[in-house]
Design a binder for this molecule. Sequence first.
Ligand code: MOS
Length: 776
Amino acid sequence: MNSEPAFFETNPQAATVGQPLSRVDGRAKVTGQAKYSAEYNHLAGMVHAVLKTSDVAKGRITSIDTSAAQREPGVLAILTHQNLPKPAVTADTKEGKEAIGPSVQMTFLPLTTDQVYYAAQPVAIVVADTLEHAQHAAAKLRVTIVPETPIASYQDPQAKKFNPSKDPNGAAEGTTRRGNALEAFRKAPVQLTGTYTHATNHHNPMEPGATIAHWEAADRITVYDTAQGVAWQQRALSAFLGLPQDQVRVINKYLGGGFGGKGPIWPHTVLAALTAKAVGRPVKLVLTRPQMFTGMGHREDQEQTLRLGATKEGKLLALLHEKTSTTSPWDEYAETNAKIVGMLYQCPAFEATTQLARANVMTSSWMRAPGEAPGSFAIECAMDDLAAQLGLDPIDVRLRNYAEKDPSTGKPWSSKSLKQCYARGAELFGWSKRNPKNGLTRNGKYLVGWGMATASYPVHSAQGNARVRLYADGHAVVQVGATDLGTGTYTIITQVAADALGLAPEKVRFELGDTVLPTTIISGGSMAAGTVSSSVYVAAQDVWQKLTKLALMDAKSPLYRAKPADVEVVKGRLQLKSNAQKGESFADLMKRAGIADVEGSGQGRYGAGYESAQAALNAKSDDAGKDDAGQHSMHSFGAHFCEVQVDPELGTVHVTKWVSVVAGGRILNPKTARSQIIGGSIMGIGAALMEGTVRDEKLARYTNANLADYHILVNADIPEMTVEFIDEHDPYINAMGVKGIGEISIVGTTAAVGNAIFHATGRRLRSLPITPDKIL
Ligand code: MOS
């Protein structure tokens, strides 16, 4: 057997992988055929539920007067903590949490107590025949809550700070440490200290959270839910409802964005299922836009202090990171900022500690690059300060601290193309023309600034299953219980399957978003593209093996009695490696054998690179392939370059040029990949300049929980953006060599903007968002 690895581009030849195929689901979306979770309106007898929420952030419900609401037309039920069916478990016990699984972020379930812990906490559910009837009746419902003084955030003088019981960055003792960072910092010739704050941010996908819960029998339910992963939702709901998993089906065929907000299971989904049980009808519950600010988590408000010690040549000697953030009354969620601070550059001494303070807010949660996004703001601004202080170019100072191995583990990288990202980004941007001094570049009255930052995101450990069925008539059905957030899963998996089976993409139907399909990871943590594509590729190889066996045993096949190792698969054909003429197509073989279809299954795994694919190709079932076994540190890398123009009179900042260069392993589709990168960068520029949810300090209520007052970037705020990918081959990641690019685009982004503002104005601003009042 040829010892060359069967890495994807050598076998089969990529015909559509790597091509900018337009979205295969695009037509369904623009014609309204694509069915989103709230659009399963065919269910007989479906009724509508709305949440009645608390006006106060802390207190106790003393009475609920339903009499007026009950008399309104169409009302079917009013459910409160007094009459809602009880869940089988709750997440506030260890056993309950374990049963519910990884999708539970907020362990508190509203409507299980008379206590109110956060503003807009659901306190009642009104069910009616129409949405309007339910909304109207909810307005008539009188809920009396005796208020108490809430705590608004970690900044509240009443807030008590504590170290979380488990270090969010993964350290055993609550502090991540290598070397003696404090001593190294004290002795360092160059010392820099900065405190960085990050406003609360909310995910605002176009599609709000929505659930339709349909009990098909007393012990069987189908839930249409806005979830980034149906399997996690299934597991959680089966625990909450006390049903075996196979009696809980979760469906999500299309998702209108997520950004992490739809990763966990949130109360409205569980409440919809319990409500449907109570009323004996299918129930639809859609969060309103304001409820999106108190219904699906958020990026926590936080501050980080980073101390950086370096030599006069700009080499890092010490990094000390302290973080404080707000958490809920029950949970200890904290973004893992220190991970990126500790791994991005070579630095002998590092220490990170985390503090939390409980406040009357719901549990914060994953929001695009949780930890890496705000953590990179601190380290990447600090590196920029170091460059400025020593008169070095910002890229140069980063190259002086380039990490040849992962500093946090000492492991070699599976691949790292960061130097190419810097070089290509600088070239595309014209970085060499940058004035080394701050505040000296002008365009008329505008102050012009150029900033850059490094980006990185880990390849998280994940695995998932896939099923591939090839039909003799030349089409295929590929099935994975994956999710497409709108970012291209349908398209990239269609491409992978088409190439692996030698078919045109239109001959492949990819089905996803249903728990009856093979189980895979959520579309989160930048895991889906690599995991799902690899599982489909491995499943296709299972089909190859079955067809190869068939050919070798078929006296009419040109490959009769050939050695398996002498046979290769090329574009839907089996042929001899030594003589391509000698062979036949999958379709010819199947038709002659009278086999209608051949099905293969496979698993895509983290750390299972081409060697496993090779093993599958060799058709030796006892050779399971060699996994990476944790020998490498796996990360994508990139660099962002930003130009801002600052109006010195108004304090407004416009991003006028943007370049991102990303090395994320194999890029399956440069069109959808580019959209991922510009989308994440726009989100990061929004966090840098505009986004921030404001919690009233006294009432602990959000004052801007709507899209009129919570500012996000619009097209007019964004220039043409340049995105390039470095051609990167990583043999360790997975069978497709795909690292995933969903989150790296928002890592380093806020810092690139902040560094550009520093270059324009000479002022280092460390509080996000950098609004005009801070510039002036
Ligand atoms: Mo992302 S925060 O892992 O959906």
